[in-house]
Design a protein around this ligand. Structure first.
Ligand code: 13P
Length: 283
């Protein structure tokens, strides 16, 4: 069990037709909560941190924590660097032992996206790590802040990036967005279906927080294998902490810490059950 490559998890998910949750975490409580949910459900999982979060979770300190959690887990866990935009940060993540990295060059032209993705693929190959790239633009950064117009993925560009880079996973823009949805998301399953038919690598859905269970299942039916969830976990932890501090007669730091761990655990567990990854680490 323990630390594995994201590639291996996603190929198994492709075979078994389920989704693997990639859960963004920011501190030890979230890591422990997420791993305990995976262990209880016997589910594979991906732990990830995005470049934009590094001011709060510095890589040289957080990477060893993530890797130790994965190495000590009773289920397979991949450790992924999410939304890398600077090559120096991606290189640092690779050197620290992340088993996969995302290069997010989606805001550039497809030619520039391919050029940068190839560069990262060559860097990752030296470390035996997998690479995720993105085609189309979500219109918001990983921290939910607006960053420009959303642009749906063009399946022809998805195929071009796949053929010209050899990446291990491709993230799509099909009406999904990071952070809280301002109105109910309307996912474009035709783009997903068309992309799936053109590439032979697992597809990724970002912006998992706020997607309905039915849409998650539909995405998985149409070929999504990695599903990113961040905001829902952060909110669950924050809410659990707020409830505890509001209601405890004599708030205790360590009980607060345990409450936050449980907040992450509940949210991760709920998503794993919807993604159908429960029981898949035991077969
Ligand atoms: P949410 O914050 O909307 O769950 O998005 C997470 C994500 O896609 C991380 O890359």
């Amino acid at each position: 069990m323990s630390l594995v490559s994201m590639k291996e998890l996603l190929l198994a998910a492709e075979k078994g037709k389920y989704g693997v949750g990639a859960f963004s975490v920011a501190n030890m409580e979230m890591v422990l909560g997420a791993v305990s949910a995976a262990e209880e459900l016997c589910s594979p999982m991906i732990l990830q941190v995005a470049q934009v979060r590094l001011p709060y979770s510095p890589l040289p300190i957080f990477a060893p924590l993530l890797l130790a959690a994965a190495n000590n887990a009773k289920v397979p866990v991949a450790v992924h660097f999410d939304h890398g935009t600077e090559l120096s940060c991606i290189e640092q993540a690779l050197q620290l032992g992340f088993t996969s990295v995302m290069i997010d060059a989606s805001k550039y032209s497809i030619e520039e996206n391919i050029r940068l993705t190839r560069q990262v693929k060559a860097m990752a190959d030296k470390h035996g790590a997998a690479v995720e790239a993105e085609v189309g633009q979500l219109g918001s950064t990983e921290d939910g802040k607006a960053d420009g117009e959303a642009m749906y993925s063009d399946p022809k560009e998805v195929r071009r990036l796949y053929e010209e880079t050899g990446v291990d996973a491709i993230a799509l823009s099909i009406g999904n967005a990071h952070g809280l949805y301002k109105k109910e998301p309307k996912l474009n399953f035709e783009i997903l279906q068309a992309s799936k038919e053109l590439v032979a690598v697992p597809l990724v859905l970002h912006g998992g927080s706020g997607i309905s269970d039915e849409d998650f299942r539909n995405c998985i039916r149409h070929g999504i294998r990695k599903i990113n969830v961040a905001t829902a976990t952060f909110l669950a932890v924050e809410q659990a902490a707020r409830d505890y501090v509001t209601h405890a007669q004599h708030p205790d730091y360590f009980l607060l810490s345990e409450t936050m761990r449980l907040g992450a655990y509940e949210n991760v567990k709920r998503h794993m059950l919807v993604f159908g990854s429960d029981g898949k680490a035991c077969v």
